[in-house]
Design a protein around this ligand. Structure first.
Ligand code: ADP
Length: 273
């Protein structure tokens, strides 16, 4: 076993041979305990990256390593045990008639013993605050509850990496915040690495690292503070900066001295006092 990380090494991908490349020479590493946010315009290749990471697609060029293990047809089940994925629309990922069955399904795919499955169902539903819903029919749940169950299903398999592909996009801001707080807490408790694909800039500012995609290439990567301080570079590809960042610019233009790029309201207030 290698170190705990996901590594993209010069990955290029296209959906068909006669179609343009969707990813070109993409390289990055996601390490233990990191929360990496992937941002970029629609069509820039973010979901394709998620699918490659999970072994749903394979690159034509380059290599993807999960825990030092090359992702290919032979390793696919091991990879999926390590890398869990939650999508935008929870309705597309429900298969069971009850919440409990649904959480069990992913584990059945991995051939886990029944005793362990029952234990994991309890643990993972409790981790996302859904213990009371074991016998509920998934379609009766609210959007936020459905996403919690989808996350529990992934957690039950005990992965080391969780990818959220616009998993909060269908929720209102409050629901989004609740889910992200839950995920972040679970990430810390279980020592997971998190990869979020999102348009929510507030969410991005909370991550430990940002990868900016543009037309299938990595445009830049770094800490949220680094990335959002390079405003011209982001504007070149028409990407926005968080509200606090814009407010800080406005204040600077008015002659208010700021010593750093504030990432949230708290930091901006500290700068002003
Ligand atoms: P993003 O997640 O950043 O919106 P995607 O990875 O979904 O980007 O898409 C990248 C490019 O690949 C887009 O041009 C999209 O049209 C194309 N694409 C995505 N899925 C398929 C597919 N199944 N077949 C062919 N082209 C696809």
């Amino acid at each position: 076993m290698g170190e705990r990380q996901v590594e993209f090494r010069n990955v290029s991908f296209r959906y068909q041979e006669d179609m343009p490349w969707v990813l070109r020479d993409v390289s990055f590493t996601i390490g233990p305990d990191e929360w990496v946010a992937v941002i970029g315009h629609n069509g820039s290749g973010k979901s394709t990256i998620a699918k490659l990471m999970n072994g749903l697609l394979f690159p034509q060029e380059g290599e993807i390593l999960v825990d030092g293990m090359p992702v290919n047809e032979e390793t696919i089940w091991d990879v999926r045990k390590q890398v869990g994925m939650v999508f935008q629309n929870p309705d597309n990922q429900f298969v069971g008639t009850t919440v409990k069955d649904d959480v069990a399904f992913g584990m059945e795919n991995h051939g886990m013993p029944r005793e362990l499955m029952l234990e994991r169902i309890k643990e993972s539903l409790s981790a996302v605050g859904m213990s009371d819903y074991e016998q509920q029919e998934p379609h009766r749940l609210s959007g936020g509850q459905k996403q919690r169950v989808a996350i529990a299903s992934v957690l039950a398999v005990s992965p080391k990496f969780i990818i959220l592909d616009e998993a909060t996009a269908m929720l209102d801001p409050k629901g989004r915040k609740e889910i992200m707080n839950t995920v972040h807490r679970v990430q810390e408790e279980r020592d997971l690495s998190l990869i979020t694909i999102t348009h929510d800039l507030h969410e991005v500012t909370q991550s430990s690292r940002v990868i900016v995609m543009n037309k299938g290439e990595v445009w830049m990567q770094g800490s949220p503070r680094d990335v959002f301080s390079k405003k011209e570079h982001l504007q070149e590809i028409g990407l926005d900066t968080p509200f606090v960042s814009k407010l800080a610019d406005h204040l600077k233009a008015e002659g208010v001295p700021l010593t750093r790029e504030p990432l949230n309201h708290q930091e901006l207030l500290e700068e002003l006092w």
